[in-house]
Design a protein around this ligand. Structure first.
Ligand code: TRP
Length: 349
């Protein structure tokens, strides 16, 4: 784990940047991304997606990466990948990402970006990679042996961020070691070969992460997630099946009552209300009343997103064009950066 000192420093820097963003949006290039392993869900939305839209709307240069190569860091299949990528673009567009202002691209489509991996790998040691806590956690969760790609994916993530000279990455605490490694790689490159890359900082998203319906991390694989693409009916069923407890009096107690509290938090983030007020209002209504309230809140919240999803699903060629144009722009940018890198390294022949 990073020591508290370094987390504090990262948090302070993140707060400074948050204050400066609206004042000097022109100084920032944001890069953020997701693995196309399934559908985006409410945890993603309240974790980083909403923040990306806010940054886009502030006039910051925003870039969104579909991290398709990262799908195979800890699994041995690319099943459904093209459907997942397509739906991811649909989700981005439906929550308010505007492809005129935000570049959406897939890293497998940008060879020059991937080529940065070679010089970057020379700038880190095996020991630095081995002690990354997120890599360790992902390896344990996968039940697989540590693959070369899983060990080195934080370096690949540095390529994702640095090819477009990104300097801010909205992220949760778990991504901080990756951002720190990216910053280290950029600095070492600049020291060795001359300045090409910016300093990169994580902008921490609200610490109150939306849990899954059972109180654990929201994840498709736990079956505790509400995807942005679910119908009102599917949403109602999933909430109805979620596990609560037999105490009819509803109270907010994340430790003691994870299921009930996760439901309260879900309703709270969808409405902007306080979970304790919601609990008081439901009082002795029991989990039936709680679930029906949460279902209404989630369905009201998702309604405009669902309507937009329908529009984009009816026009798949538009969705494909958005990605193709993003990929084309990403290639131009990556080739420019790779030229600078070769030049800095004296490799112009
Ligand atoms: N690793 C991120 C995830 O699993 C996705 C990702 C890949 C990313 N490259 C990135 C996020 C660069 C931020 C910046 O969700």
């Amino acid at each position: 784990m990073p020591n508290e000192g370094s987390f504090d420093a990262a948090e302070r820097r993140s707060d400074e940047i948050k204050q400066d963003l609206p004042l000097h949006p022109e100084n920032y290039v944001m890069l953020s991304g997701d693995r196309p392993t399934g559908r985006l869900h409410l945890g993603h939305y309240f974790g980083t997606l909403a923040e990306r839209v806010r940054m886009q709307d502030m006039g910051i240069r925003t870039n969104i990466l579909i991290a398709d190569y990262q799908v195979i860091t800890d699994r041995d299949t690319t099943d459904n990948i093209s459907d997942n990528v397509f739906n991811m673009v649909v989700d981005y567009l439906s929550i308010g990402i505007d492809p005129k202002r935000t570049m959406i691209y897939a890293h497998s489509a940008v060879p020059a970006e991937n080529q940065l991996m070679l010089p970057f790998l020379s700038l880190v040691t095996e020991a630095e990679l081995q002690r990354n806590p997120t890599v360790k956690a992902e390896m344990e969760a996968s039940g697989h042996a540590l693959t070369g790609l899983l060990l080195t994916y934080p370096v690949h993530q540095a390529c994702d961020i640095l090819f477009c000279k990104g300097n801010i990455v909205p992220c949760g605490r778990d991504q901080l070691p990756h951002i720190e490694l990216t910053r280290t790689i950029a600095r070492r490159f600049n020291e060795r070969y001359g300045k090409v890359f910016p300093d990169v900082w994580g902008v921490l998203t609200s610490s109150q992460m939306l849990p899954g319906l059972d109180g654990r991390k929201m994840s498709k694989s736990y079956g505790n997630a509400i995807s942005l693409s679910m119908t009102p009916d599917e949403t109602a069923k999933r909430i109805k099946k979620s596990k609560t407890d037999s105490d009819r009096h509803i109270s907010y107690d994340p430790e003691g009552r994870p299921g009930v509290s996760a439901l309260l938090t879900t309703a709270a983030v969808c409405t902007g209300r306080d979970p304790i007020d919601i609990a008081d209002e439901i009082g002795d209504g029991g989990s039936g009343a709680l679930k029906s309230y949460v279902t209404d809140c989630v369905n009201d919240f998702l309604e405009p997103i669902r309507t937009k999803r329908e529009t984009y699903l009816a026009d798949p060629s538009y969705v494909h064009d958005v990605l193709a144009e993003g990929n084309a722009r990403a290639n131009e940018i990556a080739e420019g950066t790779l030229d600078e890198v070769r030049h800095a390294m004296g490799m112009d022949y």
